[in-house]
Design a protein around this ligand. Structure first.
Ligand code: BG6
Ligand code: MG
Ligand code: MG
Length: 214
């Protein structure tokens, strides 16, 4: 039986994946790098500097660490403008119900997002209090697909990985969950999230009883 659930944030609980896409697209195009939805799919779940490195790999020129930091900061300033207007109305369908179902079933609830804006987003959505533990992305050495962030959440919740399941929309995130030895619920397209144990289109199709016994 599962005793804890660990959620990703961006693209699972709220559609910030769209805002990350818009902010990266503007940044990439400012550097003459073509950017589309297909490329963005590879960036989902990847931390800020890792994403920037993947974008700049397609650039004709090289960048100093100072230039990269300036570009990452510019992207983040744009992203922060986009999330500043978020409200609880930006919770995706089924998100609150899924969290409340997990709470009612007595599961510990964690959040594993590599976003350094995660605390701000949770606050804007009004759901900070629904989590027993939120990983501080600043304390994680290796981002997704490394399992570190899901293992850190499980440890803080006091539940062994095998008794946890993770919920993710990103290929890198599902890989992180599986690397941690957990059952993975993918949210999105089954053809994309091939490593997940089960894939649902959105949290509106979240069926807790299917996952706790898995
Ligand atoms: C992840 C997103 O949750 O956070 C990525 O899926 C994003 O798209 C990453 O790049 C880092 O976010 P931030 O807010 O720290 O730049
Ligand atoms: Mg995500
Ligand atoms: Mg995330």
């Amino acid at each position: 039986m599962k005793r804890a659930v660990i959620f990703d944030l961006d693209g699972v609980i709220t559609d910030t994946a769209r805002y990350h896409y818009l902010a990266w697209k503007r940044l990439a195009e400012s550097q003459g790098v073509h950017f589309d939805e297909a490329f963005n799919e590879h960036l989902k779940g990847i931390d800020r500097m890792g994403s920037l490195d993947m974008i700049l790999a397609s650039s004709a020129r090289t960048y100093t660490p100072e230039e990269k930091l300036a570009l990452a900061t510019a992207k983040n300033e744009h992203y922060k403008e986009l999330i500043a207007t978020m409200t609880p109305a930006d919770l995706l369908p089924g998100a609150v119900q899924a969290l409340d179902d997990c709470r009612a079933a007595g599961l510990k609830i964690g959040l594993a997002s590599v976003s350094r804006n995660a605390f701000t987003v949770l606050d804007r959505l009004g759901i900070t209090g629904k989590f027993d533990y939120v990983v501080d992305a600043g304390t994680i050495a290796k981002g997704k697909p490394d399992p570190e962030i899901f293992l850190a959440a499980a440890q803080a919740l006091g539940v062994p990985p095998a008794a946890c399941f993770g919920v993710e929309d990103a290929v890198a995130g599902v890989a992180s969950i599986k690397g941690a030895g957990m059952y993975a619920v993918g949210v999105g397209d089954p053809d994309t999230l091939r490593q997940a144990d089960v894939v649902i289109p959105s949290l509106a199709q979240f069926r807790l009883s299917d996952y706790v016994a898995a």
